[in-house]
Write a protein that binds this ligand. Structure first.
Ligand SMILES: *[C@@H]1O[C@H](CO)[C@@H](O)[C@H](O)[C@H]1NC(C)=O
Ligand SMILES: *[C@@H]1O[C@H](CO)[C@@H](O)[C@H](O)[C@H]1NC(C)=O
Ligand SMILES: *[C@@H]1O[C@H](CO)[C@@H](O)[C@H](O)[C@H]1NC(C)=O
Ligand SMILES: *[C@@H]1O[C@H](CO)[C@@H](O)[C@H](O)[C@H]1NC(C)=O
Ligand SMILES: *[C@@H]1O[C@H](CO)[C@@H](O)[C@H](O)[C@H]1NC(C)=O
Ligand SMILES: *[C@@H]1O[C@H](CO)[C@@H](O)[C@H](O)[C@H]1NC(C)=O
Length: 389
């Protein structure tokens, strides 16, 4: 099967705050290893959110650096703006291989429609990422091989409408943005941003645009990354202050998931769907898909991590993958939740211990259900809070 059954667990010391005050610690905090035997568990279902692959810039980002030579479609040919690049497709393919390796025992080698739920946001890049990952996840076995020259079969996915897609809260839920803006009024965030006042001014001068918020800096950071994806070098004035830019990006990520309310709007509908499906499986239903795939955006990866109590402020990379795995402990017979994060496209997947679960890798299902109670929200309440008609 090509996967290792003993996983190293990164236990980030200090990741023990409650969900409403996430610790600002990350991969660089002290870690120690323990071991966990996956063989002593049975995987019932996996819920997986991944970020699309490398892309070209979008207009909002280009507006942060209004230079004629950048606002030029030729730069992005043949992809277009806000689109997946070939490198992005390669990374998406690695995501699919990672999923096949990890879930080979759980789903058939055949594409069986009932086994998987596949969903994307209404963006070309997440749809193309899904298609590419699915090409790696479901290469047709003989029974589904339909063209001898092509090791590929069509696999469908669903895409909710933009305005009612809870994965797109950042765009369709003004309440979320209001709450996120309020975080920056908190004394602790004012204090954290204070050292960067000069940076904002500096970047505004150099970019000839208004860089006044952490989100503006974050957009600029993404612009440099996405321009880099089409071979445009980051200007020296930005390279010189890149460490500070990255710090501000981290602060933006800390702000976005700083309270239960923010996490609820960002990931509460998904968490509700996940536990609803899991409950049905535990109750013995065999009608529920075992593999749930969501091809989405960096903030969706971060949001599910936050809702699960494993987030640390950082920007999830292209093709990064977070899995919530519902497992049965074969020794005790109890159900549990395992969170596995592939920070790089294609893995390796690392088990992140869930805060509030006593640094046990497999979080007791009942504990997880009660820990996430405040976070879950129904679709109808989401629509109400987000003023979606
Ligand atoms: C998945 O499992 C099938 C059946 O056990 C096996 O034939 C196949 O080689 C496996 N694929 C991978 C990528 O491990
Ligand atoms: C886990 O199970 C697999 C397949 O049954 C086996 O190959 C592997 O050696 C087992 N690993 C451990 C640590 O027991
Ligand atoms: C901007 O930052 C660069 C690099 O640190 C520095 O050389 C330059 O003087 C700064 N400019 C302004 C206007 O602050
Ligand atoms: C910056 O914002 C101010 C106030 O909204 C506006 O008047 C000004 O034109 C903006 N400058 C640039 C370079 O976009
Ligand atoms: C909960 O799960 C059941 C069984 O899978 C399904 O029929 C129902 O539509 C789900 N409800 C919601 C609100 O998702
Ligand atoms: C699979 O889907 C078909 C068609 O929707 C349905 O008739 C069948 O009951 C499903 N099987 C399982 C095991 O869920």
């Amino acid at each position: 099967m090509g996967i290792f059954y003993w996983y190293s667990i990164l236990i980030a010391v200090g990741l023990c705050e409650s969900l409403d005050s996430p610790a600002d610690v990350g991969a660089d905090s002290e870690v120690k290893n323990t071991e966990f035997d996956l063989n002593k568990t049975e995987l019932l279902a996996a819920f997986v959110v991944f970020r699309h692959g490398d892309r070209t810039p979008d207009q909002e980002e280009l507006d942060k650096l209004p230079l004629k030579e950048l606002n030029n479609e030729k730069l992005f040919y043949p992809y277009g703006k806000k689109a997946l690049t070939n490198k992005g497709k390669q990374r998406a393919f690695l995501v699919g291989k990672y999923l096949r390796d990890r879930y080979n025992g759980t789903i058939s080698s055949l594409y069986l429609p009932n086994e998987s739920h596949i969903q994307t946001t209404d963006y070309s890049r997440t749809k193309m990422t899904a298609l590419t990952a699915l090409a790696a996840l479901f290469p047709p076995p003989p029974a589904q091989r339909w063209n001898p020259d092509l090791n590929w079969q069509p696999v469908p996915y669903d895409t909710p409408a933009y305005n009612v897609d809870n994965f797109l809260y950042y765009y369709n839920c003004p309440r979320y943005i209001q709450l996120r803006n309020k975080i920056y009024e908190l004394p602790e965030f004012q204090k954290r941003l204070a050292p960067y006042e000069r940076l904002f001014k500096n970047l505004s001068d150099k970019a000839q645009s208004n860089i006044t918020t952490a989100e503006d800096v974050f957009d600029l950071d993404n612009l440099f990354q996405t321009l880099g994806n089409v071979g445009v070098l980051t200007p020296q004035w930005a390279v010189d202050v890149m460490p500070q830019i990255k710090e501000v990006t981290k602060i933006e990520y800390a702000a976005e998931f700083y309270t239960v309310e923010l996490i609820r709007l960002a990931s509460g509908v998904l968490m509700g769907d996940i536990l609803n499906a899991t409950n049905a499986i535990i109750d013995g239903s065999d009608k529920v898909p075992k593999l749930w795939l969501f091809s989405a955006h960096e903030n969706n990866v971060a949001a599910l991590m936050a809702a699960s109590g494993v987030f640390y402020p950082h920007q999830p990379k292209y093709g990064s993958t977070i899995s919530l795995e519902m497992r049965k402990d074969l020794v005790t017979g109890k159900y549990g939740v395992l969170t596995v994060y592939a920070a790089e496209a294609g893995g390796p997947g690392v088990i992140l211990p869930i805060r509030g679960c006593g640094s046990k890798p497999l979080c007791d299902y009942d504990s997880f259900v009660s820990m996430t109670q405040e976070i879950r929200i129904s679709m109808s309440d989401y629509k109400k809070e987000c003023s979606i008609k």
